[in-house]
Ligand binder design. Sequence first.
Ligand SMILES: Nc1nc2c(c(=O)[nH]1)N[C@H]1C(S)=C(S)[C@@H](COP(=O)(O)O)O[C@H]1N2
Ligand SMILES: [Mo]
Length: 384
Amino acid sequence: MMWDKRADMVVHGREPFNAEPPPQALVGAVVTSLDTFYSRNHGPIPDIDPDAWRLTVDGLVDTPLRLTLAELRDRFAEHTLTATLQCAGTRRTGLIAVRDIPGETPWREAAVSTATWTGVRLADVLAAAGSRAGERNDADDAEARHVALLGPDVAPGPAQAFGGSIPLAKALAPEVLLAWAMNGEPLTPVHGAPLRVVVPGWIGARSVKWIERITVQARPSDNWFQAHAYRMLPPDADPSAIPAGAGFSLGELALTSAILDPADGTTVPAGPVTVTGYALAGGGRGVARVDVSADGGATWVQADLGEDHGPWCWRQWSTEVDAEPQAGGLELVARAWDSAAALQPEDPAGLWNPKGYMNNAWPRVRVRVEAVAESPADERKVRA
Ligand SMILES: Nc1nc2c(c(=O)[nH]1)N[C@H]1C(S)=C(S)[C@@H](COP(=O)(O)O)O[C@H]1N2
Ligand SMILES: [Mo]
């Protein structure tokens, strides 16, 4: 399989490579194995010579830096953190079902994965460069407010290297890493080797891979993927002619959840059925509760939450429902609450936006229920 991924990946595209695992592959594991971790790319995977690679830190800093990977690892303390990465396009299929979204990858529920990342804090690197948070720099007459992140890979559409920015306040937060390892293994090319940014709690697009340049500046990045894409547009906007700065920029993730098993459209045997999924609060909030309904949302039970690995990490959940054979099957629904008592929105229709970002509506799956045959005569009845 391409890029060391499992053979049953759902491959949305080979070039650029975009793939997510089958939903059941995410069940139960807090940390996603490397062969299962989704991958989202806007251009070709760059072939980087780690010896020639350098990280540049510039902009509104006292001392611009230019570092090799060895220098970065020597100079700064190493930190390890388990964090979930989620693409803003996850569950776009639920928005496409409301109204078509041409030209965007139809991600299902698994464009989200969790890894244990090892690297250095972006805050430590910015401190070494003497970044002056919020301070006016006389020469530039500008206040340091944002940190632009730039990769080398050129996406075909905008013909621009991939980049974006995060506010300086987030860049200085201890959870934001420049990582060279994932689950204790060196980063692979597809996940950003030799070094990538990891911005926990924010949309995956801000976790820039193959990072080459970090620039402290007054304003958000004017890179295509900050100024034109990854923005929440009103439903009537024309996505083919988005002026810079239209709508609002996506940053913090919104509370979301998904049902991973059983899969939509499958058949389950009558009797107790285990329903499993994940919930992710985003922005450093926690998942407080997950409710599951087996009757389309009329009645609910509380799911059991898996182990809490902190605010940057999803929660796995599971519960058992009783499946009775019935015409039309069973409609399973989930809804998560976060630690700010926010509840996921019920209906994807109100969330529809022309680029299909941030579908965090209640996940729903419909399954058929098959009566368990007790005798050959019963079996014939069921099959008929
Ligand atoms: N340089 C670069 N960084 C990038 C991207 C990219 O295309 N180029 N894709 C972004 C998006 S949209 C997501 S969701 C994550 C996906 O990371 P992964 O491929 O390691 O899962 O990387 C982000 N970082
Ligand atoms: Mo993404």
